[in-house]
Design a protein around this ligand. Structure first.
Ligand code: GCV
Length: 676
């Protein structure tokens, strides 16, 4: 019998997040048979053995006690491999036995975590055979972690959860405790369905470039820690690596020596990490090198790396976040929102089979409200992945509660060709879902303890993009807070829903209105500054003047961006009369007196939402305070402290935005409230 892999122990003081020991009680108190062999089966065994030790159950491996009876059977079999794939599992309950069958080891691991999610319900009544398979094969987190502390961006670019889990002050974290923590992170993620991680920032600076070659051993150590939980490791690389690391005079993707260099280097990566996932590349974007330098297209660039990875079954994730960040605000014809489509749609069909084009879900940059990127509906012959941002760069930086499940779900369910056509979730089946991670070495993993819900939802929505995000939130609440073990489960559940359910809309209310975006302080992007980016070269404009506000992106009179959509959306977005209110200022420049579909004028909407948003934060803070007796004290205190900052900041947003638009427009608040 193989010795069980011990369930990793968390460093003291670290919050277990959504897999606290209590979540394993129903499983751990029963008799379980584990059948099959392999490293991930050992992981499953370790999980069940740990739970059984704690809760008095028993776990046996195949052949240990022939003829014995069990409450739970977790078995690896190859009979159903076509139906189950490597990651699927079947669940059935009959004659008092709950049975999980998987064809691949990952499937067995996901089956185990499914039983944990079900809790007691997994062991009650009968259950007809259910088939569970992930809709998306690639469910990935990108870490924007730097190896060396960057003078401006720090250890983690856009990181709000302390330092990096992987790197510290120029070196890989390598102590036993640090690697255990990486393994715990892999465990958490596997329990939500994640199966891949890119371990370094897409902005590849000097030290980070070397991870590809002489520092690949450090990446291999991280991969070793993540592998027991079925997570493959990926690396962000610099397109200029042949020059920077290889001493070649060029990185031209059509140059033979460059191709040979990548092939050789990639071979060595696979010697170090046999199950390496592949490369992530940000090219010709925000100062990163790329194929444009050599007059080559992005397909030629991506295919260079795809060719190097192909013999090893690796994948290149090529980001579509390419735009001109040297704009002049007076030039109204250049529109950053258009850029990804303009660059990439003409390349549809030109990418290699193992190249995935990774597209941000919106055309700009993870704003609180954006339409879905038109690129996703425009490239049927390209493997696409959609990129979302769990780290809350523009949504409160994990100091504000902002549950993003509904935002991501709206994007994933959006149908670029209208109701009859496929959804975004359908269109990214070939490439997957990628989220910029929000986790760091903070004791709560995500800074704000309630921000964990977003990280959990990434995996669950990647597993089923059409799932109701509320179901993911329910699961996270059950797994994290174990309400049944508290004095008042109903109050705890309803309180958590009260503070989380509508928090994205609340955040939207007190920040930038009606899809306009980017009214943040430049650089760090926290807090309001209406004109912070208005005259900057980054292409992030609202064009507010004394008469009106918004960006005309219509085909008739504007930048033409609305025409990048297929019908019906091109028509819906083209006219202010049909454009949804929440996106009005993204698509149109309108007078302050323009009457929204809601019946309110734009200016009054701005005032009302900003007052309402602050009132909603005040109420959420009150509700959270009322849960003090039901939530572990340190966790409660951490969130309570963050609510103070959220409220301060929301008031600042309200006053800044309302004052700006009152002074700009000269229109008083119809309700006579105090505006400075
Ligand atoms: C990693 C935005 C962020 C950058 C980030 C970039 C990207 O511009 O502010 O920090 O860089 O997106 O997605 O590459």
């Amino acid at each position: 019998m193989t010795a069980p892999i011990p369930v990793p122990a968390l460093p003291s003081g670290v919050d277990p997040a959504w897999l606290p020991p209590a979540a394993f009680r129903p499983l751990g108190s029963r008799r379980t048979l584990i059948s099959g062999t392999g490293p991930l089966v050992d992981t499953v065994h370790g999980e069940v053995a740990g739970a059984s030790d704690r809760f008095g159950g028993q776990v046996l491996r195949d052949g240990q006690e022939p003829g014995a009876s069990y409450d739970l059977v977790l078995e690896l079999g190859d009979d159903d491999s076509d139906e189950l794939g490597d990651e699927g599992f079947a669940l059935v309950r009959a004659d008092g036995v709950t049975r999980v069958t998987a064809a691949g080891q990952r499937g067995l691991l996901y089956g185990l975590f499914h039983v944990v999610r079900l809790g007691e319900a997994a062991f009650q009544g009968e259950r007809a055979r259910e088939l569970h398979r992930p809709a998306l094969a690639l469910r990935m987190l990108d870490h924007w972690d730097n190896v060396a502390v960057h003078p401006v961006m720090g250890q983690v670019e856009r990181g709000y959860s302390g330092g990096s889990l992987f790197w510290q002050d120029g070196r890989a974290r390598g102590s036993r405790e640090e690697l255990e923590r990486v393994r715990c992170y892999g465990r958490l993620l596997a329990a939500s369905g994640i199966n891949a991680i890119a371990v370094n920032n897409v902005n590849v600076h000097g030290a980070e470039a070397h991870l590809l070659t002489d520092r690949i051993g450090e990446v291999a150590a991280i991969a070793d820690a993540l592998r027991p939980y079925g997570i493959r490791t990926h690396l962000s690389v610099s397109f200029a690596a042949p020059v920077v690391l290889g001493g070649l005079p060029t990185a031209d993707p059509l140059d033979e020596a460059v191709r040979d260099w990548w092939a050789e280097v990639t071979g060595r990566v696979y010697e170090a990490i046999p199950d390496f996932g592949g490369y992530v590349v940000k090219a010709d974007s925000e100062g990163q090198p790329g194929p444009f330098t050599y007059g080559r297209s992005h397909a030629e660039g991506a295919n260079l790396l795809a060719a190097a990875l192909a013999p090893h079954s690796g994948t290149v994730h090529w980001r579509a976040f390419v735009y001109n960040h040297r704009q002049d605000w007076r030039d109204r014809s250049t529109d950053r929102a258009r850029a990804a489509y303009d660059h990439f749609a003409p390349l549809d069909g030109a990418f290699a089979p193992n190249a995935v084009l990774q597209v941000k879900h919106g055309p700009m940059d993870f704003q609180t409200r954006e339409p879905v990127s038109p690129v996703i509906g425009a490239m049927p012959d390209t493997r696409l992945a959609v990129e979302i941002q769990a780290t809350q760069e523009y949504t409160g930086q994990q100091r504000h509660v902002c549950w993003l499940g509904p935002m991501w779900s709206e994007a994933l369910r959006f149908r670029p060709e209208g109701q009859e056509g496929p959804s975004v979730g359908d269109l990214v089946r070939g490439g997957g879902l990628v989220a910029v991670s929000s986790a760091g070495d903070d004791p709560y993993w995500t800074g704000h303890p309630l921000a964990q819900a977003n990280l959990y939802a990434v995996g669950r929505l990647a597993w089923r993009p059409d799932a109701d995000p509320r179901a993911a939130l329910d699961e996270w609440i059950e797994l994290t807070f174990a309400p049944e073990e508290t004095a008042d489960p109903a109050r705890l559940r309803s309180g958590l829903h009260a503070v989380l359910d509508g928090s994205w809309r609340t955040y939207e209310k007190y920040t930038a209105p009606l899809g306009v975006g980017f009214m943040v302080q430049p650089g760090h992007h926290y807090g309001p500054s209406v004109d912070g980016y208005e005259y900057s070269p980054w292409g992030t404009y609202h064009f507010a003047d004394r008469d009106g506000i918004g960006v005309d992106r219509s085909q008739a009179t504007g930048t033409g961006f609305a025409g990048q959509y297929a019908k019906p959306w091109a028509e819906v977005y083209e006219s202010p009369a049909t454009c949804p209110d929440e996106l009005l200022l993204f698509f149109h420049h309108v007078p302050y007196g323009h009457v929204l579909r809601s019946g309110e004028t734009v200016i009054q909407h701005i005032y009302d939402t900003h007052f309402d948003g602050v009132a909603e934060v005040e109420e959420a803070r009150r509700v959270w305070a009322g849960l003090a007796d039901l939530v572990e004290p340190a966790r409660h205190a951490r969130a309570a402290e963050r609510y103070e900052e959220q409220l301060r900041s929301a008031r600042e947003w309200r006053d800044h935005i309302n004052t700006y638009f009152f002074r700009k427009s000269g229109v008083p608040d119809a309700r006579g409230r105090l505006i400075h």
